[in-house]
Design a protein around this ligand. Structure first.
Ligand SMILES: C[S@@+](CC[C@H](N)C(=O)[O-])C[C@H]1O[C@@H](n2cnc3c(N)ncnc32)[C@H](O)[C@@H]1O
Length: 143
């Protein structure tokens, strides 16, 4: 699995990325007691926010391929579960919801349908998925 992330530098210089993503937590709006995933969780800030939402009866799981990002996530956030894995082969199923912030555009375009299929397989039938990702032209109106 690729691991070219510098987690300390990411938090020092790019913590705004997760801050911008907090709206996704509201959009997903997981119920107390739900089991939810943070896909490409990085250093785990949004996983921790999800964990607060679902409470003690729920479970928030952050999944990322980067050992460096996961190590920092575990240092900074005690409660959520963090798993090393690739978004193309998720190691879970039957979850209530999933979010992904600023991660899916790192997956090669040819593999992105595979990620969506893996997410669909991980969710229970009424499960929900919300995501933000970079894409060609998606800041055109801002520019
Ligand atoms: C820009 S960071 C975003 C981290 C976090 N979601 C946030 O909002 O701060 C992108 C993350 O996606 C992860 N990632 C990229 N491709 C992945 C893949 N195929 N499987 C698992 N994680 C992946 C990277 O390791 C990295 O931690």
């Amino acid at each position: 699995m690729s691991d070219d992330w510098d987690a300390a530098r990411y938090d020092a210089e790019q913590s705004f990325v997760a801050e911008y993503g907090t709206a996704l937590v509201d959009l997903l709006d997981p119920a107390a007691g739900a089991t939810v995933l943070d896909l490409g969780c990085g250093t785990g800030d949004l996983t921790a926010r999800l964990d607060q939402r679902v409470g003690e009866q729920g479970r928030a799981v952050g999944i990322d391929q980067s050992a460096s990002m996961l190590s920092r996530a575990r240092e900074c956030h005690e409660e959520p579960t963090f798993l090393r894995g690739d978004l193309r082969a998720l190691p879970v199923e039957g979850v209530d919801g999933a979010l992904s912030n600023a991660a899916l555009h790192w997956v090669p375009a040819t593999d992105q349908d595979g990620v969506l299929a893996a997410v669909a397989d991980a969710l229970r039938p009424e499960g929900r998925f919300v995501a933000e990702l970079g894409g060609t032209g998606n800041v055109a109106s801002v520019v």
